[in-house]
Structures are given as structure tokens and as C-alpha cells.
Ligand binder design. Structure first.
Ligand code: KG4
Ligand code: ZN
Length: 501
């Protein structure tokens, strides 16, 4: 006989739960509105035993924030399934849920005449501490109050596995609380090289092939087994839809197979959250995220609850501009490192390339937005016209001047945001942060403006699973409710949605 999965309850399970509730509790059954409220409330965790789309068992836990006690609200298993261990499995899920919310005690009530259930609870660590006389009416049966002490060492430092697949990196990271245990990345960059940019279908297929070995290596590096993992976190946006789907599918399968809670998290907020692995993330902060897929300026007042998008690119991403300009200069892919190399010895002032969206008329509407497509066209025109005229030109000068234009706009707008919002902190993230001139200019301008500049190590700046795990761990430690299993991917997910419920 196959084992039926136990998954977090969702709204669509309400009808099935109510049928079973009535069969189990008859006249004492909760009203449907009460059940609907409890099922979806922030302070509860409900699980169901699924038999196809039928509900064959359910259990629920309540735990108020700031209170170290949790209560088992209900446990109910279909009559035909009794004695097969589903009651125990449901209780184990409730205990894990209580643990992950830092509860130290778990209470329950059971009928004094239900020795089978009492024995089960005793084997799970519950002891009888009190009796409520004639609690169950009309039978006049006493209720036993039982309690289990929970060793909640884990929840303070939960082990979280993070899966990232939004672009061309398959990243799996593992953290314990805010400590990095493993960060394994398999990049399909080489496969995209001859196209000069990421090809979504190729990226998705590469994720599929890379996931299993990347996961194995991450568990090996972290020296943990899947059973020790407390929660799974996965990027569900923004990014390439097909690529995201591969990571999300794998994460859901892992969550169902292992019975672990799953958190769907925002990729961009992950780039900010990664800083907790480097010591405390000081807030509020401005964050500038620049990669092949995104160019965003964020105001982060609270990592889990208050992230605002101040501006973003209205056309190409900063990394994309490097890749496209490298291609037209005949340099290799990815363009960033190639341009950095070519720029050595070049004169950044040789050509004054345009700084997108910095003119007064643009600044009104696009104060913190970026545009790089005009810059790319300007470089193309400049090179074309030199070639038409048959003029010799220095690639180093073009590369240095282009790089200067990008670094200038990025740092100018980021520092302006810090100053205008009165926030003396700037965090950088994304692959373009490797750029030598960007780092130099950011350091110079932050220094002059009295702004603390934070740049995580490069392995944590580029897309990786550790940042997703780190953000997931923050959610677990804050006692946030895991995502329900039916979340989807959202290629344009807003930064305001840090975690999809
Ligand atoms: O964060 P990342 O690895 O994620 C993706 O967007 O996939 O960023 C890759 C991007 C590429 O566009 C690459 O050209 C750019 O980061 N990049 C750089 C440098 N190194 C990588 N851009 C400028 N200068 C660099 N040294
Ligand atoms: Zn990224």
C-alpha cells in the first residue's frame, strides 16, 4: 500500500475537511466558518492527509506570536485509516511546526476514556498534567490535559536549504540560521556563450540536469542529510518563467517527499538578505542590485515586511549592456569581465557616452530608474562611424569610457537615494558588482557622502542558493507561515512580495 502524503492545508481542502470533521466529531463539529478562519489564520498550521484529492485526515496547531505555548487544536483521521500510523504522522508534523515557531510547550486535550490516543501521545513525549472534569458533554467524560516540552534548540538556528533557478545559475545553498554551510552553483553560462546572452529554453533544460548533482554536493558540503533540514526555500520570481518552474517543481517534490515546510521567496530580496551571512544586516539600507537580468534600486526598511522598489531599468539590465557592448566590440561572453579587462589602460574620459535618464526632464519621472539601451546604441554608432571613416581607435578607450558611463549612473543614483532618504548605508548585489570601476567609484562616492558601503563576497553577489536559504531562514526564525503548496512562479514578482503565502 502506498503512503499518502501529508501536506499543509489550503483553502481548497475546506470541504473535504468539513466532511471528515462531521464524521469524527458529530454534534461537536466546528462550523464551516470557524474551520475556514482557523485554517487560514496566521497563528495556525493545519495539515491534511491526501488520498488523491480526498482528505483522509487532518490536524491543526495554534501558536500565538510572542507566546511560547502552542496548542493542538484538532487531530482527526478517517475511520478506515485508523491504526496505520497517520495519527502519529500528523502529530509529528504539528510538533515540527511548533518547533519551527520556537514553542517550548505543546498542549493538547484528550478524552479520559480514549486510551489509544493517550498512549500515542505518551510515546510522542506528552504527559498528563491535569484533568478537566466532565468536559466532554453530553457524555460527561473528563478531559485530560497533556503537555510535551519541546526542545527548541533547532528553530533558533534552523537548517534551511535554498534553491535558486531564476536565470542561468542552478544554485543550492544550505544555511544554519545565519551561518553559511554550503553554496554550490552550477552555471549554464558556457552554453549561452555563442548566443551572446541567456537563452531561456537552454537555461531551463540545464537546470533540470544540474539540480540533482548540485543538491547532492550541497548536502555533502554542508555535512547534513535531508532529514536534518528544517525547511526548504525556493525562488519563485522574478526571473525566467521556464527556469523558475524547474527549481520550484524540484523544491515542491522535495518538500512533499520529506514532509518539510516550503517557503517561496523573492529573488531580489534574496540578494539583500544574503548580507545576514556576513554579520548583521543593518537596516534601513538602500540596495543596488545589478546583474544580467536586473538593475534595481531598493529601499529596505525591514527585510521581511518593508521593501520598496525605488527604481529599475526601463530597458536593458546593466549586465546585459556589458554583454551587448562586448559583443559589438568583438569581445567574449560574458561581457562584464571582458570589458573590465579591455578597459585596463584605457582612458575613461576619451569618449563622453550618454548617461541614461540623468537629464533634468528625465529625473522628474525617472529619478531612480535606469536606461542602458541608448548607451549601447551610442557605443555602436561611435564604433560604426570610426570604422566607416577608416579611423584607427583604441578598444581600451571605448571599453573604459563605456564602463565609466555605467558606473557613473549607477553610483550617482544609488548615492542620491541614500542622501535623499537620509540612509547612510548602501548594499550592492548581483554579478555586475564584480566590475572594478563600479566598486572603485562606489567606494569613492560613498566615502565622500559618509555612506557605509557593503559588498558581500563575489560568490554571494552572483545568483546563488545560499541567499535564498538565508532569506528562508529569516522567515522561519520570525515564525512566518510556510507557503501553501499551490504557489506558482511569477516572472515579474514585485519586491513587496518577499514571501508568497
Ligand atoms: O548575477 P549574475 O551572475 O546573474 C545573472 O544575471 O545571470 O550576473 C551576470 C552578469 C553578466 O551580464 C555579466 O556580464 C555581468 O554580470 N558581469 C560583469 C562583470 N562580471 C560579470 N559586469 C561588469 N563587470 C564585470 N567584471
Ligand atoms: Zn540575481
Amino acid at each position: 500500500m502506498t503512503t499518502m502524503p501529508i501536506v499543509p492545508a489550503e483553502e481548497k481542502h475546506l470541504e473535504g475537511i468539513m466532511e471528515l470533521e462531521q464524521a469524527c466529531f458529530g454534534n461537536d463539529a466546528w462550523a464551516e466558518e470557524t474551520m475556514a478562519f482557523e485554517l487560514l489564520a496566521e497563528h495556525t498550521r493545519y495539515f491534511v492527509v491526501l488520498d488523491g484529492d480526498k482528505i483522509r485526515g487532518f490536524a491543526g496547531l495554534s501558536k500565538l506570536a510572542g507566546n511560547h505555548q502552542a496548542d493542538v487544536q484538532t487531530v482527526c483521521v478517517d475511520e478506515s485509516l485508523r491504526g496505520q500510523g497517520y495519527g502519529r504522522k500528523l502529530m509529528e508534523r504539528l510538533i515540527t511546526a511548533a518547533k519551527s515557531q520556537a514553542a517550548t510547550e505543546l498542549f493538547l486535550e484528550v478524552r479520559a476514556d480514549n486510551a489509544v490516543a493517550q498512549n500515542l501521545y505518551a510515546t510522542l513525549g506528552f504527559t498528563h498534567i491535569d484533568t478537566r472534569k466532565r468536559y466532554y458533554q453530553p457524555d460527561n467524560v473528563d478531559a485530560w490535559i497533556m503537555v510535551a516540552r519541546i526542545d527548541n534548540e533547532l528553530p533558533h538556528e534552523p537548517i534551511v536549504l535554498g534553491i535558486e533557478s531564476s536565470c542561468d545559475e542552478t544554485g543550492i545553498g544550505i544555511v544554519r540560521g545565519s551561518t553559511l554551510l554550503a553554496n554550490v552553483i552550477s552555471s549554464s553560462m558556457d552554453l549561452h556563450a555563442r548566443f551572446g546572452g541567456v537563452v531561456p529554453e537552454i537555461a531551463a533544460r540545464a537546470h533540470l540536469e544540474a539540480l540533482q548533482p548540485t543538491l547532492e554536493k550541497a548536502l555533502h558540503d554542508a555535512k547534513v542529510s535531508m532529514s536534518e533540514v528544517d525547511a526548504i526555500a525556493v525562488t519563485n520570481g522574478p526571473g525566467l518563467a521556464g527556469a523558475l518552474m524547474v527549481g520550484v517543481g524540484a523544491a515542491k517534490a522535495l518538500a512533499v517527499a520529506s514532509g518539510k515546510p516550503i517557503f517561496a521567496v523573492n529573488h531580489l530580496v534574496g540578494h539583500v538578505g544574503v548580507d545576514v551571512l556576513e554579520g548583521e544586516l543593518e537596516l534601513p539600507t538602500i540596495a543596488l542590485l545589478v546583474s544580467g537580468g536586473h538593475t534595481s534600486l531598493l529601499l529596505v526598511r525591514d527585510l521581511l515586511d518593508d521593501v520598496t522598489l525605488l527604481g529599475e531599468t526601463i530597458d536593458d539590465a546593466a549586465g546585459e549592456a556589458f554583454d551587448k557592448v562586448a559583443r559589438l566590440l568583438g569581445l567574449s561572453y560574458p561581457g562584464g569581465p571582458a570589458i573590465d579587462k579591455a578597459a585596463v589602460g584605457g582612458d575613461p574620459k576619451a569618449i563622453r557616452f550618454p548617461r541614461g535618464l540623468t537629464l533634468p526632464k528625465d529625473m522628474e519621472k525617472h529619478r531612480y530608474d535606469f536606461s542602458f539601451s541608448g548607451l549601447k546604441t551610442a557605443v555602436a554608432r561611435w564604433v560604426e562611424s570610426a570604422e566607416v571613416k577608416g579611423e584607427e581607435f583604441s578598444i581600451s578607450d571605448v571599453a573604459a569610457s563605456f564602463r565609466e558611463a555605467v558606473a557613473d549612473v549607477l553610483t550617482q543614483k544609488a548615492v542620491a537615494a541614500c542622501t535623499e532618504f537620509g540612509i547612510p548605508r548602501l548594499l550592492l548585489g548581483g554579478g555586475v558588482v564584480a566590475n572594478a570601476r563600479l566598486r572603485e567609484l562606489a567606494a569613492e562616492r560613498c566615502d565622500a557622502a559618509g555612506i557605509e558601503l557593503r559588498i558581500p563576497p563575489f560568490s554571494l553577489c552572483t545568483d546563488n542558493g545560499a541567499m535564498i536559504a538565508a532569506l528562508g531562514a529569516q522567515l522561519v526564525m520570525a515564525g512566518r507561515k510556510p507557503s501553501s503548496l499551490d504557489f506558482g512562479v511569477d516572472s515579474t514578482l514585485s519586491v513587496q512580495t518577499v514571501h508568497t503565502k
